[in-house]
Design a protein around this ligand. Structure first.
Ligand code: DGL
Length: 271
């Protein structure tokens, strides 16, 4: 039994879609969330840079004495998960594997679209891993770089957002896809609009519920569950603009975020 916290990171507020599910699934645990808001977006950055940022984020969280790390960012999972698992001596879970498992269970006709950042689509991690389960699947990967900005800028209900969604999803109109994977933790905030655009016959999947189930399973397996239910506030850290994070974050989680601390020292970590 283990009373240490669970660390979670993303490039910004997107990882809170995973955090929300973690809070619901594991109400007895204590979480420390880091949003790298100074360096968002990760999606257009090189593999090397994404790996470096991910290692720096993990170092900060490991220094907080966490017992497990959740990489709540598809871009970081795609490029850096294996590296993080090699470097750090704690269990580390990403968001891609749970997402793929869910899609594989859901699709009937094996025509699957994957929406993600440029970095995630370029890595081909989704494409390759779906094929491991479904070698005959037809996969339509689409990079949607503007989605992250729409979410971070609170443009979810702006009319321009629907137009941008229609533009990105246009190529899917001519294909018989039955499943769409949201391969970015920011995208669940656009899920209703995406579902409306695609129609009822298409299942839209995001990684948060399956990722939270995985974390719960692993805590059980490794005997890392808390002995006593957590009574402290969860902790939030960002690398820029705590107020902006707090406003969007509270709306997204549907609960007050008591403290968002600004982290300024971690960028000086030399590796
Ligand atoms: N939320 C991150 C993901 O899941 C990406 C956002 C970004 O481009 O920084 O990929």
């Amino acid at each position: 039994m283990e009373n240490r916290s669970i660390g979670v990171f993303d490039s910004g507020v997107g990882g809170l879609t995973v955090m929300k599910q973690l809070l619901q699934t594991l109400p007895e645990e204590h979480f420390i969330y880091f949003g790298d808001t100074a360096r968002i977006p990760y999606g257009g950055k090189s593999r090397e840079t994404i790996i470096r940022y991910s290692i720096e984020n993990a170092i900060f969280l490991v220094e907080q004495n966490i017992k497990m790390l959740v990489v709540a960012c598809n871009t970081a999972t795609a490029h850096a998960l294996e590296k993080l698992q090699k470097i750090f001596n704690i269990p580390i879970i990403g968001v891609i594997e749970p997402n793929i498992e869910k899609a594989v269970r859901t699709t009937k006709n094996q025509h699957i679209a994957v929406l993600g950042t440029q970095g995630t689509i370029r890595s081909e991690v989704y494409q390759q891993n779906i094929k491991k389960f479904l070698p005959n699947a037809t996969i339509f990967p689409i990079a949607c770089p503007l989605f992250v900005h729409l979410v971070e800028e609170k443009f979810v209900h702006h009319p321009a957002t629907l137009l941008i969604i229609q533009e990105y999803l246009r190529p899917l109109r001519h294909h018989p896809i039955d499943t769409v994977l949201l391969g970015c933790t920011h995208y669940p905030l656009l899920k209703q609009l995406i579902m409306k655009e695609l129609g009822k016959h298409v299942s839209v999947i995001d990684s948060a519920p399956t990722c939270a189930e995985k974390v719960a399973e692993l805590l059980n397996q490794l005997n890392l569950k808390r002995a006593y239910p957590n009574t402290q506030n969860h902790q939030y850290f960002v690398s820029d603009d705590p107020k902006k994070f707090q406003i969007i974050g509270e709306e997204l989680l549907g609960e007050p975020i008591e403290n968002v601390s600004l982290l300024i020292s971690y960028q000086n970590i030399s590796l």
